[in-house]
Every structure is written in C-alpha cells, then in structure tokens.
Design a protein around this ligand. Structure first.
Ligand SMILES: C[S@@+](CC[C@H](N)C(=O)[O-])C[C@H]1O[C@@H](n2cnc3c(N)ncnc32)[C@H](O)[C@@H]1O
Length: 207
C-alpha cells in the first residue's frame, strides 16, 4: 500500500488539488461547537484537509508516504506531521478529536479495526471522531473480485471496502454514534476533468 501511494504522490504531486473536502469544513464546525482545541488526522496525505484545521487547532497528521510528507510540510506548515502508521498509536498525549478522510476503506477487516482502535486510544474520553469512507451506493461497489464481504478489487491491484450505514455503525459500536450521513464528493483531477464518488460519514463520541 505505501508503495502505491508513494508512487502516486511522487508522480502526480497534489493528486486531488488544493481545495479541501467539504467534509473537513463540516467537521471543523462540529469540532468548534464542542470546544475542541487539538485534532489528529490519520492518513493525512499531503495536507489537503489538515490545513482546514491547522488554521484554528493544534493539528497532528500521521502519514506513511515520504513523498506525501514532503508535499505536506510545504503545503501545511501549521500541522505537525508524523511519519508512521495510523494503525498504531503515534502520539504520547491525547487529542480532542480525530478527522479521518477516506482511509478506513483502504483496509481489510483486521486493519480497519486497528485503525479505529488506534484512533480511539489517541482521543480523550468525551472526544469526537469523524470518519469518511466509500459508500455501498458508490458505483464501484460490487466491481471486481470480492476479497472479503463488502471489499472488492475494483481496479487492478487496488481494493476498497464499501460501507452500508449499518456496517459503518457496527465498526464504531464501542462509541456513542452522534450521526451518520452520506454525500457525493466531487474531485478535480490534474488533467482538468472531474470525478465523483459517494461517501458515508460518521460522527461519534468516545465514551
Ligand atoms: C485516499 S488517501 C487520503 C489522503 C488524505 N486523508 C486526504 O484527506 O487527502 C489515503 C492516504 O492514507 C495513507 N495511508 C495508507 N495507509 C496508511 C497507514 N497505515 N498509516 C498512515 N497513512 C496511511 C496514504 O499514504 C494516503 O496518503
């Protein structure tokens, strides 16, 4: 997986442009209402979304890919980026909130649990978690070989898990789920075209 992402970041740079996801603005409002002052972003990429938070909060980004970390340091110097795996806790101190965009669906079941467990270990009791991931309503769901229930090799050498609302809720069963939702993400590609995909979102509170 690291090799795949590192190759893409090295070749394509800021793959999804510099505009943040609308989900980051939405999560930021929820975090502000809750009085959050520190945020962890697992799988932070090149900082497209961390920058939304670093303007107002203390932000830590965890990222495995070196080329992404180099881009991130230049794009969002306000965030403290940590080179390492988001599947293990990387922070000594706990944060008030976690924002995790389109990382959870990249893993098979065991590692999805690890990502959520690691995130929970790094957020304080009463803190918030906001995750986005592919929806089972996305047209790629069901394409290619099924590796595990709901997980498809939808492109050559690339797989993802596609979440129903019930599945997403089940992954966060140990938390207090505040709300779930769904939206269509529209992304500009470097060639000037756009592509869309359907995401699910979850906002949960650590008990
Ligand atoms: C689909 S991209 C999303 C990037 C970013 N969340 C954003 O908002 O632009 C997935 C990112 O997760 C990173 N990643 C994959 N596995 C990881 C892991 N175990 N630990 C940390 N980052 C990881 C990849 O390098 C890549 O930057």
């Amino acid at each position: 997986m690291t090799e795949y992402w590192s190759k893409r970041f090295a070749q394509e740079g800021m793959i999804w442009g510099s505009e943040p996801s609308p989900s980051a603005e939405w999560a930021k409002r929820k975090f502000q209402e809750a009085g959050v002052s520190s945020v962890l972003v697992p799988g932070a990429g090149y900082g497209r979304n961390t920058k939304v938070f670093s303007a107002d909060f203390k932000v830590y980004g965890i990222e495995l890919s070196e080329p992404a970390l180099e881009l991130a340091a230049a794009w969002d110097p306000g965030t403290s980026f940590i080179a390492g795996s988001a599947l293990e806790p990387q922070l000594r101190q706990s944060v008030d909130a976690v924002y995790c965009y389109d990382v959870l669906h990249l893993f098979l079941a065991g590692d999805r649990r690890r990502l959520i467990e690691a995130s929970l270990r790094q957020v304080r009791t009463g803190g918030l978690l906001y995750f986005t991931s592919f929806s089972d309503e996305d047209p790629h769901n069901g394409c290619g070989r099924e590796l595990e229930p709901g997980t498809f090799e939808y492109k050559e050498d690339k797989y993802a898990h596609f979440f129903s609302d019930a599945d997403l809720r089940e992954h966060f069963a140990g938390t207090e789920i505040l709300e779930t939702g769904s939206f269509t993400e529209s992304l500009q590609n470097p060639q000037g075209g756009t592509h869309e995909y359907i995401l699910r979102t979850i906002l949960a509170l650590k008990r």
